[in-house]
Design a protein around this ligand. Structure first.
Ligand code: CA
Length: 224
């Protein structure tokens, strides 16, 4: 059966763009431009996933989420405005499963949708998502900007360690430990060389890396 996604978003440009991307993944999309219509569709139609904007006319996304949760456990991803920490917390408190901060990339939203559906469908898998990079731990699969990327085991373990503790600095020693590299032949440069190759594989511009940044004298950090 075709999966159906309900997109509740009053900005028609975003709604159509999101529905196009879900369409390419084989979803049928239902659109609602205000909270009350979204709520009605969520409760009346067969829907597998809801993408719910917070700022909506009529009834806001947090209230819609709360109302849906009284009736249903359909997976819900909220779209929250940047710098509005409170929206994320309100959304999660209202029963949303996940959120994506605007502006977001379609691949990030789709990756979160896939991860959420896998989780709710009972297939427990650990999926790490950081911006354009998706790491499926159990399947040992790395996807960057929607394309599959082949990593060596060492690259995979290093990237997983960085993504698990994103926005924190990991020292070269911590990364060596994570990648289970040991022995007398190991130098700091070992990690630097793995990082250089990882950047070639995942960064848009490896010379100016966005995801894996160097903190000189300290180590490396992953950010979305
Ligand atoms: Ca909106």
């Amino acid at each position: 059966m075709t999966r159906r996604v309900l997109i509740v978003e009053d900005e028609s440009r975003i709604a159509h763009w999101v529905s196009t991307y879900f369409g390419r993944e084989g979803y049928e999309a239902l659109l609602a431009e205000d909270g009350l219509t979204g709520l009605a569709l969520a409760l009346e139609e067969r829907v597998d996933l809801i993408v719910l904007d917070v700022m909506l006319p009529g009834k806001n996304g947090v209230d819609v989420c709360r109302a849906i949760r009284r009736e249903s456990d359909i997976p819900i991803i909220m779209l929250t405005a940047k710098d509005k920490e409170s929206d994320k917390i309100l959304g999660l408190d209202a029963g949303a499963d996940d959120y994506v901060v605007k502006p977001f990339s379609p691949n990030e939203l789709l990756a979160r949708a896939r991860a959420l559906l896998r989780r709710t469908e009972g297939l427990t898998q650990e999926i790490l998502i950081g911006g354009e990079v998706e790491l499926d731990i159990s399947a040992r699969r790395c996807t960057v900007r929607g394309e599959s990327v082949a990593l060596t085991s060492t690259q995979f373990l290093i990237l997983a360690a960085l993504m698990r503790q994103h926005d924190q600095v990991l020292t070269r020693q911590q990364l060596l430990d994570a990648a289970r590299i040991d022995g007398a032949e190991v130098f700091d440069r070992t990690i630097d060389s793995h990082i250089r190759r990882l950047r070639l594989l995942i960064e848009r511009d490896p010379a100016h890396p966005h995801h894996i940044t160097t903190l000189y004298g300290a180590g490396y950090t992953f950010r979305s």
